[in-house]
Design a protein around this ligand. Sequence first.
Ligand code: SF4
Length: 190
Amino acid sequence: MIFNKRPVTHNTNVKLVEMPEMYQGEGFGAMQLSKVVGLARKNSIWPLPFATSCCGIEFMATMAAHYDLARFGSERLAFTPRQCDLLMVMGTIAKKMGPVVKQVYLQMAEPRWVMAVGACASSGGIFDTYSVLQGIDQIVPVDVYVPGCAPRPEAILDGILKVQELVGNEDIRRRNSPEYQEMLRSYGIL
Ligand code: SF4
């Protein structure tokens, strides 16, 4: 039997996740619990795509093979709020739809993050009309805004990286802090 002897090539352009800062010594390593939890959380974000219009199509491209959101540990999309930790709102949100977005947000367990993808979700976009919500931050707190109409998949990936940065650096006690509780109260959530 004759085998085709093609040379095996390895991709050397692979970047590994940076190790968090830690105290290291002979046979031990110690680091903050927040850093360990942050590292695990940021690389396993489960998004809930709330797509109402054209920006959602860009998100479909972001999920497909070329841009491949799975590379960032976020391939597990779901429409089950209780199992997701990143609400991605993409598209025009009519005022009638506002309570639905808020209900989805309320059904998500803490810790949860929100990304407004595109001009419409961030500010109402070109639809400065009586029927369109002028930004979802009028009803739920937003962590990251992705600009563009429509944002390209690269911009959406950049938004995901920004969310990862927030998630990785968040103190595990932040959600119990008076400032966070006050912020939720300002949205009428507590
Ligand atoms: S920002 Fe532009 S592309 Fe995105 S939903 Fe609005 S109109 Fe469509």
